[in-house]
Ligand binder design. Structure first.
Ligand SMILES: [Zn+2]
Ligand SMILES: [Zn+2]
Ligand SMILES: [Zn+2]
Length: 261
């Protein structure tokens, strides 16, 4: 079995559709659920090891949908609700089935907040602050957290198996050193939160900025993710696919998208 990187969720904080919204993007997703987007996260499946990257508030549904029934550890990119809100969902798996705590790799700056938010998970998760630039070896692939540009301490993750993949779910551009580390990566999955004006320019990117970042990294493929679809200018999947059609190697992320490594 090949190593795979699967996107569990590809939406920004509100998800698509949002319960309070009836824009064209949310209408499209209500009519056609394959265009709906749960909050962002991924799973690196190495066969014997399954590494969860971010625990979105939609985690339970994501694991059920993708028929994932075991986890080896959890890697959090940063301490924002749309990326950690589902941590509590692993409690009964650990207590009733696994009988052994899961290592939770998390930003050093998030340890105290984690302990304050989830005191009841003390015997379920073992917090282990990750280090930027350190290469975590999981056998068939390595995983290296690299600095991203976001409102709080945030990692993007460089995954190297037979192919290389950089996952930068929440970032605005990349620090120079990170940009250098991901040069020529086979697949870049990156933040494209905004369509139209970017009103959070120090945290996220627009579709245009994400495409430009893909070009700057020389990535073989650029996959746009963390899509709000209805910030600034609401857009449907059909419209957005037309808009990006002229950029070779650029495509949209979808929940459930699987990439071979
Ligand atoms: Zn996010
Ligand atoms: Zn909407
Ligand atoms: Zn964030």
């Amino acid at each position: 079995m090949a190593a795979t990187f699967k996107l569990l969720g590809t939406g920004a904080g509100p998800g698509v559709p949002s319960f309070y919204c009836n824009c064209i993007a949310c209408q499209e997703a209500r009519e056609n659920p394959r265009f709906s987007r749960t909050r962002s996260g991924a799973i690196l499946d190495l066969g014997e090891k399954k590494i969860l990257i971010d625990a979105s508030p939609d985690l339970r549904h994501q694991l059920l949908r993708e028929k994932i029934d075991e986890l080896s550890c959890i890697f959090l990119t940063h301490w924002h609700y749309d990326h950690f809100g589902g941590l509590g969902e692993v409690e009964f798996y650990v207590r009733l089935v696994r009988h052994e705590p899961l290592t939770l790799y998390l930003p050093p700056s998030a340890v105290e907040e984690y302990q304050a938010a989830f005191p009841h998970l003390q015997d379920v998760l073992v917090p282990e602050p990750w280090q930027f630039g350190r290469c975590y070896d999981f056998g068939r692939a390595t995983l290296t957290p690299l600095p991203a540009n976001h409102s709080i301490e945030t990692a993007g993750i460089l995954v190297v198996g037979k192919k290389s993949l950089a996952y930068f779910t929440d970032t605005c551009g990349l620090p120079a050193e990170t940009l250098q580390r991901v040069q020529g990566v086979d697949i870049l999955i990156c933040d494209a939160t905004f369509h139209g004006e970017n009103w959070y320019p120090h945290s996220h990117m627009s579709v245009e900025q994400a495409i430009a970042l893909g070009r700057a990294t020389g990535a073989g493929k650029t996959i746009l993710s963390h899509l709000a679809m209805h910030y600034s200018q609401a857009v449907t999947v059909r419209q957005l696919e037309q808009e990006i059609a002229s950029y070779p190697g650029v495509s949209l992320a979808f929940d459930g998208l699987e990439l071979e490594l």
